[in-house]
Design a protein around this ligand. Structure first.
Ligand SMILES: [Zn+2]
Length: 423
Protein backbone atom coordinates (compact mmCIF):
# COMPACT_ATOMS: atom_id res chain seq x y z
CA UNK A 1 0.00 0.00 0.00
CA UNK A 2 2.94 2.28 0.69
CA UNK A 3 4.02 1.69 -2.89
CA UNK A 4 0.82 3.22 -4.13
CA UNK A 5 1.63 6.69 -2.84
CA UNK A 6 5.33 6.61 -3.64
CA UNK A 7 4.92 8.00 -7.15
CA UNK A 8 3.50 11.29 -5.85
CA UNK A 9 6.24 13.69 -4.79
CA UNK A 10 5.62 16.29 -2.07
CA UNK A 11 5.74 19.02 -4.67
CA UNK A 12 3.09 17.26 -6.80
CA UNK A 13 0.92 16.58 -3.78
CA UNK A 14 0.94 20.29 -2.89
CA UNK A 15 -0.33 21.15 -6.37
CA UNK A 16 -2.95 18.42 -6.19
CA UNK A 17 -4.15 19.55 -2.79
CA UNK A 18 -4.72 23.12 -4.02
CA UNK A 19 -6.98 21.72 -6.73
CA UNK A 20 -8.77 19.31 -4.37
CA UNK A 21 -9.52 22.12 -1.88
CA UNK A 22 -10.97 24.18 -4.74
CA UNK A 23 -13.02 21.23 -5.97
CA UNK A 24 -14.40 20.48 -2.50
CA UNK A 25 -15.46 24.10 -2.11
CA UNK A 26 -17.01 24.55 -5.56
CA UNK A 27 -17.91 21.39 -7.50
CA UNK A 28 -21.35 19.98 -6.62
CA UNK A 29 -20.45 16.59 -8.11
CA UNK A 30 -17.26 16.16 -6.10
CA UNK A 31 -18.78 17.63 -2.93
CA UNK A 32 -21.30 14.80 -3.07
CA UNK A 33 -18.72 12.16 -4.00
CA UNK A 34 -16.21 13.22 -1.32
CA UNK A 35 -18.96 13.14 1.31
CA UNK A 36 -20.10 9.67 0.20
CA UNK A 37 -16.63 8.17 0.50
CA UNK A 38 -15.56 10.20 3.56
CA UNK A 39 -12.81 12.14 1.77
CA UNK A 40 -12.00 15.52 3.27
CA UNK A 41 -9.16 17.73 2.04
CA UNK A 42 -8.42 18.79 5.65
CA UNK A 43 -7.18 15.27 6.38
CA UNK A 44 -6.32 14.07 2.89
CA UNK A 45 -2.97 12.68 1.80
CA UNK A 46 -1.61 11.13 -1.36
CA UNK A 47 -2.78 7.70 -0.26
CA UNK A 48 -6.41 8.67 0.43
CA UNK A 49 -6.42 10.60 -2.85
CA UNK A 50 -5.30 7.50 -4.79
CA UNK A 51 -8.21 5.61 -3.27
CA UNK A 52 -10.86 8.03 -4.52
CA UNK A 53 -13.29 6.42 -6.97
CA UNK A 54 -12.58 7.13 -10.62
CA UNK A 55 -14.83 9.51 -12.54
CA UNK A 56 -16.06 7.99 -15.80
CA UNK A 57 -17.48 9.43 -18.98
CA UNK A 58 -20.92 8.16 -17.97
CA UNK A 59 -20.76 10.24 -14.75
CA UNK A 60 -20.07 13.29 -16.89
CA UNK A 61 -23.01 12.44 -19.13
CA UNK A 62 -25.53 11.76 -16.38
CA UNK A 63 -24.49 14.56 -13.98
CA UNK A 64 -23.17 17.02 -16.56
CA UNK A 65 -24.32 20.24 -14.82
CA UNK A 66 -23.08 19.12 -11.39
CA UNK A 67 -19.51 19.31 -12.66
CA UNK A 68 -19.76 23.07 -13.20
CA UNK A 69 -17.95 24.82 -10.35
CA UNK A 70 -18.38 28.49 -11.27
CA UNK A 71 -21.29 30.95 -11.59
CA UNK A 72 -22.89 30.68 -15.03
CA UNK A 73 -22.26 34.39 -15.67
CA UNK A 74 -18.50 33.69 -15.56
CA UNK A 75 -18.61 31.09 -18.32
CA UNK A 76 -17.18 32.29 -21.63
CA UNK A 77 -16.87 29.22 -23.86
CA UNK A 78 -19.31 26.37 -24.32
CA UNK A 79 -18.04 23.33 -26.22
CA UNK A 80 -18.96 19.67 -26.52
CA UNK A 81 -16.97 16.46 -26.68
CA UNK A 82 -16.89 14.78 -30.07
CA UNK A 83 -19.42 12.13 -29.05
CA UNK A 84 -17.65 9.21 -30.71
CA UNK A 85 -19.18 6.94 -28.08
CA UNK A 86 -22.72 8.12 -27.46
CA UNK A 87 -24.09 11.61 -26.89
CA UNK A 88 -21.71 14.55 -26.61
CA UNK A 89 -21.07 16.04 -23.18
CA UNK A 90 -21.04 19.79 -22.51
CA UNK A 91 -17.86 21.48 -21.36
CA UNK A 92 -17.58 25.08 -20.25
CA UNK A 93 -14.60 27.37 -19.67
CA UNK A 94 -14.15 30.69 -17.87
CA UNK A 95 -11.48 33.37 -18.40
CA UNK A 96 -8.94 31.58 -16.22
CA UNK A 97 -9.49 28.27 -18.07
CA UNK A 98 -8.96 29.97 -21.44
CA UNK A 99 -5.72 31.47 -20.14
CA UNK A 100 -4.67 28.05 -18.84
CA UNK A 101 -5.39 26.61 -22.29
CA UNK A 102 -3.23 29.31 -23.88
CA UNK A 103 -0.35 28.48 -21.51
CA UNK A 104 -0.74 24.78 -22.35
CA UNK A 105 -0.50 25.39 -26.09
CA UNK A 106 2.31 27.92 -25.66
CA UNK A 107 4.27 25.15 -23.90
CA UNK A 108 3.31 22.71 -26.69
CA UNK A 109 4.54 25.04 -29.44
CA UNK A 110 7.73 25.62 -27.43
CA UNK A 111 8.36 21.86 -27.46
CA UNK A 112 7.90 21.80 -31.24
CA UNK A 113 10.18 24.80 -31.66
CA UNK A 114 7.61 27.27 -32.96
CA UNK A 115 8.48 30.87 -32.14
CA UNK A 116 7.50 34.43 -32.98
CA UNK A 117 9.17 34.26 -36.40
CA UNK A 118 6.99 31.33 -37.48
CA UNK A 119 3.68 31.43 -39.32
CA UNK A 120 1.27 28.61 -38.48
CA UNK A 121 -1.67 27.53 -40.63
CA UNK A 122 -4.53 26.04 -38.62
CA UNK A 123 -6.31 23.49 -40.82
CA UNK A 124 -8.58 22.17 -38.09
CA UNK A 125 -12.05 23.31 -37.10
CA UNK A 126 -12.14 26.55 -35.10
CA UNK A 127 -15.88 26.48 -34.48
CA UNK A 128 -18.57 23.74 -34.48
CA UNK A 129 -18.30 23.58 -30.65
CA UNK A 130 -14.74 22.19 -30.87
CA UNK A 131 -12.07 23.40 -28.48
CA UNK A 132 -8.83 22.32 -30.21
CA UNK A 133 -8.63 24.95 -32.97
CA UNK A 134 -9.34 27.73 -30.49
CA UNK A 135 -6.73 26.37 -28.08
CA UNK A 136 -4.05 26.45 -30.79
CA UNK A 137 -5.10 29.97 -31.75
CA UNK A 138 -4.78 31.15 -28.13
CA UNK A 139 -1.35 29.50 -27.71
CA UNK A 140 -0.03 31.09 -30.90
CA UNK A 141 -1.33 34.49 -29.77
CA UNK A 142 0.77 34.10 -26.60
CA UNK A 143 3.88 33.23 -28.62
CA UNK A 144 3.25 36.07 -31.03
CA UNK A 145 3.55 33.85 -34.12
CA UNK A 146 1.68 34.53 -37.36
CA UNK A 147 -1.62 32.66 -37.69
CA UNK A 148 -3.65 31.63 -40.73
CA UNK A 149 -7.08 30.33 -39.76
CA UNK A 150 -8.14 28.31 -42.77
CA UNK A 151 -10.14 25.78 -40.77
CA UNK A 152 -11.06 22.26 -41.84
CA UNK A 153 -11.19 20.87 -45.37
CA UNK A 154 -10.77 22.67 -48.68
CA UNK A 155 -7.36 21.57 -50.02
CA UNK A 156 -7.54 24.34 -52.66
CA UNK A 157 -7.85 27.08 -50.02
CA UNK A 158 -5.15 25.40 -47.91
CA UNK A 159 -2.69 25.41 -50.81
CA UNK A 160 -3.62 28.93 -51.83
CA UNK A 161 -2.87 30.01 -48.24
CA UNK A 162 0.43 28.11 -48.16
CA UNK A 163 1.56 29.77 -51.38
CA UNK A 164 0.26 33.19 -50.39
CA UNK A 165 1.43 33.44 -46.74
CA UNK A 166 4.37 30.97 -46.64
CA UNK A 167 3.52 29.30 -43.30
CA UNK A 168 6.26 27.23 -41.65
CA UNK A 169 3.98 24.82 -39.75
CA UNK A 170 0.56 23.25 -40.15
CA UNK A 171 -1.79 22.26 -37.35
CA UNK A 172 -3.51 19.32 -38.99
CA UNK A 173 -5.36 16.01 -38.68
CA UNK A 174 -2.65 13.71 -40.10
CA UNK A 175 -4.78 11.88 -42.68
CA UNK A 176 -5.59 15.30 -44.16
CA UNK A 177 -1.87 15.64 -45.01
CA UNK A 178 -2.37 12.76 -47.45
CA UNK A 179 -5.23 14.65 -49.08
CA UNK A 180 -3.10 17.79 -49.28
CA UNK A 181 -0.25 15.85 -50.89
CA UNK A 182 -2.61 14.28 -53.43
CA UNK A 183 -4.15 17.64 -54.28
CA UNK A 184 -0.67 19.11 -54.79
CA UNK A 185 0.28 16.28 -57.13
CA UNK A 186 -2.91 16.63 -59.17
CA UNK A 187 -2.40 20.39 -59.46
CA UNK A 188 1.33 20.41 -60.19
CA UNK A 189 2.33 21.98 -56.89
CA UNK A 190 5.81 20.88 -55.77
CA UNK A 191 5.26 20.07 -52.08
CA UNK A 192 8.98 19.59 -51.53
CA UNK A 193 9.50 23.25 -52.34
CA UNK A 194 6.73 24.48 -50.04
CA UNK A 195 7.44 26.66 -47.00
CA UNK A 196 6.12 23.98 -44.59
CA UNK A 197 8.77 22.53 -42.24
CA UNK A 198 6.63 20.55 -39.87
CA UNK A 199 3.14 19.52 -38.84
CA UNK A 200 1.53 19.50 -35.41
CA UNK A 201 -0.78 16.51 -35.78
CA UNK A 202 -4.01 16.08 -33.85
CA UNK A 203 -6.77 13.50 -33.55
CA UNK A 204 -4.99 10.43 -34.97
CA UNK A 205 -1.98 8.49 -33.70
CA UNK A 206 1.15 8.45 -35.87
CA UNK A 207 3.24 6.08 -33.83
CA UNK A 208 2.82 2.55 -32.49
CA UNK A 209 3.56 1.18 -29.04
CA UNK A 210 7.28 0.97 -29.89
CA UNK A 211 7.23 4.65 -30.83
CA UNK A 212 7.83 3.78 -34.52
CA UNK A 213 5.74 5.37 -37.25
CA UNK A 214 2.55 3.37 -37.81
CA UNK A 215 1.07 2.82 -41.28
CA UNK A 216 -0.44 6.31 -41.34
CA UNK A 217 2.84 7.90 -40.21
CA UNK A 218 4.85 5.95 -42.81
CA UNK A 219 2.39 6.78 -45.56
CA UNK A 220 2.61 10.52 -44.82
CA UNK A 221 6.42 10.44 -44.62
CA UNK A 222 6.59 8.65 -48.00
CA UNK A 223 4.51 11.37 -49.64
CA UNK A 224 5.82 14.43 -47.86
CA UNK A 225 8.92 14.48 -45.69
CA UNK A 226 7.74 16.85 -42.98
CA UNK A 227 8.77 16.74 -39.35
CA UNK A 228 5.66 15.23 -37.75
CA UNK A 229 4.78 16.04 -34.15
CA UNK A 230 2.24 13.84 -32.39
CA UNK A 231 -0.13 15.33 -29.87
CA UNK A 232 -2.85 13.94 -27.64
CA UNK A 233 -5.63 15.99 -26.15
CA UNK A 234 -9.30 15.86 -25.24
CA UNK A 235 -12.02 18.33 -24.36
CA UNK A 236 -12.52 16.68 -20.96
CA UNK A 237 -8.86 17.00 -19.94
CA UNK A 238 -8.70 20.57 -21.23
CA UNK A 239 -5.04 19.74 -21.80
CA UNK A 240 -2.78 18.72 -24.70
CA UNK A 241 0.28 16.45 -24.54
CA UNK A 242 2.90 17.11 -27.22
CA UNK A 243 6.02 15.53 -28.67
CA UNK A 244 9.26 17.55 -28.70
CA UNK A 245 11.97 17.49 -31.37
CA UNK A 246 13.47 14.33 -29.85
CA UNK A 247 10.28 12.38 -30.73
CA UNK A 248 10.59 9.97 -27.80
CA UNK A 249 6.99 10.24 -26.60
CA UNK A 250 4.45 12.84 -25.53
CA UNK A 251 5.47 15.25 -22.79
CA UNK A 252 3.05 15.38 -19.84
CA UNK A 253 2.45 19.06 -18.94
CA UNK A 254 2.88 18.36 -15.23
CA UNK A 255 2.08 21.93 -14.17
CA UNK A 256 -1.42 21.53 -15.65
CA UNK A 257 -2.39 17.91 -15.10
CA UNK A 258 -1.67 14.97 -12.81
CA UNK A 259 -1.59 11.63 -14.62
CA UNK A 260 -1.87 8.01 -13.56
CA UNK A 261 -1.63 5.00 -15.89
CA UNK A 262 -3.60 2.16 -14.33
CA UNK A 263 -3.83 -1.57 -14.99
CA UNK A 264 -7.02 -3.68 -14.76
CA UNK A 265 -6.74 -3.72 -10.95
CA UNK A 266 -6.36 0.03 -10.64
CA UNK A 267 -2.63 -0.15 -9.86
CA UNK A 268 -0.05 2.10 -11.50
CA UNK A 269 1.70 0.26 -14.34
CA UNK A 270 5.48 0.00 -14.62
CA UNK A 271 7.49 1.86 -17.27
CA UNK A 272 7.09 0.06 -20.60
CA UNK A 273 3.59 -1.20 -19.72
CA UNK A 274 0.23 -0.18 -21.16
CA UNK A 275 -2.69 1.01 -19.05
CA UNK A 276 -5.62 3.40 -18.94
CA UNK A 277 -4.74 7.08 -18.60
CA UNK A 278 -6.42 8.63 -15.55
CA UNK A 279 -6.12 12.38 -15.09
CA UNK A 280 -6.69 15.04 -12.46
CA UNK A 281 -6.73 18.50 -13.98
CA UNK A 282 -4.72 21.21 -12.21
CA UNK A 283 -5.82 24.83 -12.31
CA UNK A 284 -9.12 24.16 -14.10
CA UNK A 285 -11.88 26.26 -12.52
CA UNK A 286 -15.08 25.67 -14.49
CA UNK A 287 -15.16 21.90 -14.81
CA UNK A 288 -12.30 20.41 -12.79
CA UNK A 289 -11.96 16.62 -12.94
CA UNK A 290 -10.53 14.39 -10.25
CA UNK A 291 -9.19 10.95 -11.23
CA UNK A 292 -11.02 11.00 -14.55
CA UNK A 293 -10.68 7.71 -16.42
CA UNK A 294 -10.11 8.72 -20.04
CA UNK A 295 -10.70 5.25 -21.49
CA UNK A 296 -7.53 5.80 -23.53
CA UNK A 297 -4.81 3.18 -23.35
CA UNK A 298 -1.27 4.53 -23.36
CA UNK A 299 2.16 3.14 -22.59
CA UNK A 300 4.23 4.57 -19.78
CA UNK A 301 7.48 5.35 -21.55
CA UNK A 302 10.76 4.17 -20.06
CA UNK A 303 13.02 7.03 -20.97
CA UNK A 304 13.05 10.53 -19.69
CA UNK A 305 13.45 12.91 -22.58
CA UNK A 306 16.80 13.89 -24.07
CA UNK A 307 15.54 17.45 -24.45
CA UNK A 308 16.04 17.92 -20.72
CA UNK A 309 12.53 19.21 -20.02
CA UNK A 310 12.28 16.65 -17.25
CA UNK A 311 8.58 15.77 -17.48
CA UNK A 312 7.20 12.25 -17.78
CA UNK A 313 6.55 10.81 -21.25
CA UNK A 314 3.60 8.73 -22.47
CA UNK A 315 3.00 7.03 -25.81
CA UNK A 316 0.34 8.00 -28.30
CA UNK A 317 -3.07 6.46 -27.65
CA UNK A 318 -2.87 2.77 -28.56
CA UNK A 319 -6.59 2.05 -28.29
CA UNK A 320 -9.81 2.68 -26.39
CA UNK A 321 -10.38 0.52 -23.34
CA UNK A 322 -14.05 0.04 -24.19
CA UNK A 323 -13.24 -1.03 -27.75
CA UNK A 324 -10.95 -3.89 -26.80
CA UNK A 325 -11.97 -6.99 -28.74
CA UNK A 326 -11.23 -10.45 -27.39
CA UNK A 327 -11.19 -12.58 -30.51
CA UNK A 328 -10.08 -16.23 -30.45
CA UNK A 329 -7.95 -15.54 -27.40
CA UNK A 330 -6.22 -12.51 -28.90
CA UNK A 331 -6.69 -8.89 -27.81
CA UNK A 332 -7.30 -6.59 -30.76
CA UNK A 333 -8.08 -2.89 -30.98
CA UNK A 334 -10.09 -1.56 -33.93
CA UNK A 335 -7.31 1.00 -34.42
CA UNK A 336 -4.89 -1.80 -35.33
CA UNK A 337 -7.23 -2.94 -38.11
CA UNK A 338 -7.74 0.64 -39.32
CA UNK A 339 -3.95 0.89 -39.66
CA UNK A 340 -3.73 -2.36 -41.63
CA UNK A 341 -6.58 -1.39 -43.97
CA UNK A 342 -4.50 1.61 -45.04
CA UNK A 343 -2.09 -0.80 -46.70
CA UNK A 344 -4.87 -1.66 -49.18
CA UNK A 345 -6.24 1.65 -50.43
CA UNK A 346 -7.84 -0.30 -53.33
CA UNK A 347 -10.53 -1.29 -50.84
CA UNK A 348 -12.61 1.84 -51.11
CA UNK A 349 -14.64 1.54 -47.90
CA UNK A 350 -14.85 -0.89 -45.03
CA UNK A 351 -16.41 -1.23 -41.60
CA UNK A 352 -15.20 -3.18 -38.61
CA UNK A 353 -18.07 -4.84 -36.77
CA UNK A 354 -18.00 -6.70 -33.49
CA UNK A 355 -20.94 -8.69 -32.12
CA UNK A 356 -21.45 -11.15 -29.28
CA UNK A 357 -21.81 -14.75 -30.43
CA UNK A 358 -23.81 -17.57 -28.78
CA UNK A 359 -21.10 -18.07 -26.16
CA UNK A 360 -21.00 -14.35 -25.36
CA UNK A 361 -17.52 -14.05 -26.76
CA UNK A 362 -16.70 -11.48 -29.42
CA UNK A 363 -17.21 -12.10 -33.11
CA UNK A 364 -15.10 -9.88 -35.35
CA UNK A 365 -16.17 -9.11 -38.91
CA UNK A 366 -14.71 -6.77 -41.50
CA UNK A 367 -17.28 -5.70 -44.07
CA UNK A 368 -15.75 -4.89 -47.46
CA UNK A 369 -17.31 -4.09 -50.85
CA UNK A 370 -18.41 -7.16 -52.79
CA UNK A 371 -16.83 -5.42 -55.77
CA UNK A 372 -13.40 -6.28 -54.31
CA UNK A 373 -11.59 -8.88 -56.44
CA UNK A 374 -10.74 -12.32 -55.08
CA UNK A 375 -7.03 -11.60 -55.15
CA UNK A 376 -7.62 -8.44 -53.12
CA UNK A 377 -9.62 -10.40 -50.56
CA UNK A 378 -6.80 -12.92 -50.37
CA UNK A 379 -4.23 -10.16 -49.90
CA UNK A 380 -6.30 -8.65 -47.09
CA UNK A 381 -6.58 -12.00 -45.31
CA UNK A 382 -2.82 -12.44 -45.52
CA UNK A 383 -2.14 -8.97 -44.08
CA UNK A 384 -4.63 -9.51 -41.25
CA UNK A 385 -3.28 -12.93 -40.39
CA UNK A 386 0.34 -11.79 -40.42
CA UNK A 387 -0.32 -8.82 -38.16
CA UNK A 388 -3.15 -9.90 -35.87
CA UNK A 389 -2.34 -13.62 -35.75
CA UNK A 390 -6.06 -14.34 -36.21
CA UNK A 391 -8.27 -13.81 -39.25
CA UNK A 392 -11.51 -11.89 -38.79
CA UNK A 393 -14.53 -12.95 -40.83
CA UNK A 394 -14.79 -11.08 -44.14
CA UNK A 395 -18.30 -10.12 -45.18
CA UNK A 396 -19.03 -8.86 -48.69
CA UNK A 397 -21.71 -6.19 -49.17
CA UNK A 398 -22.53 -3.70 -51.93
CA UNK A 399 -20.39 -0.54 -51.61
CA UNK A 400 -23.45 1.72 -51.29
CA UNK A 401 -24.73 -0.30 -48.34
CA UNK A 402 -21.38 -0.05 -46.53
CA UNK A 403 -21.24 3.69 -47.14
CA UNK A 404 -24.70 4.15 -45.64
CA UNK A 405 -23.55 2.37 -42.49
CA UNK A 406 -20.30 4.36 -42.22
CA UNK A 407 -21.89 7.76 -42.76
CA UNK A 408 -25.26 7.66 -40.96
CA UNK A 409 -27.20 10.90 -40.87
CA UNK A 410 -26.26 13.22 -38.00
CA UNK A 411 -22.91 11.61 -37.20
CA UNK A 412 -19.98 14.03 -36.90
CA UNK A 413 -17.41 11.32 -37.62
CA UNK A 414 -17.46 8.28 -39.93
CA UNK A 415 -18.46 5.10 -38.08
CA UNK A 416 -15.49 2.91 -38.95
CA UNK A 417 -16.05 0.66 -35.95
CA UNK A 418 -19.53 -0.64 -35.15
CA UNK A 419 -19.81 -2.18 -31.70
CA UNK A 420 -22.92 -4.40 -31.51
CA UNK A 421 -21.88 -6.40 -28.45
CA UNK A 422 -24.33 -6.95 -25.62
CA UNK A 423 -23.68 -4.39 -22.89
ZN1 LIG B 1 11.52 16.17 -24.96
Amino acid sequence: MQEKQSHISNETWEKLLVQLVYVQANSPYYQRLFKEVGFDTHQANAFTFLNLPLTHKKNLATSNDDFIAVESQDIIEYVTTSGTLGNPVTFALNESDLQRLAINEEQSFNLVGVDKKDVVQITTTLDKRFIAGLAYFLGLRKIGAGIIRVGAGSPALQWDSIQRFKPTYLVVVPSFLIQLAKYAEANEIDIHKSSIKGAICIGEALRDENNQFNTLGKKIKSLWDLELFSTYASTEMCTAFTECKEHLGLHVPENLIFTEILDEDGEEVKPGEVGELVVTTLGVETMPLVRYATGDLVKKMKTSCDCGKGSALISSVLGRKQQLIKYKGTSIYPQQIVQLMMELPEIEEYQIQVTSNELDTDKLTIVIPKEASESLQHKLKEILKANLRVTPVLELLPLAEIKASIFPEGSRKPVRFLDLRKA
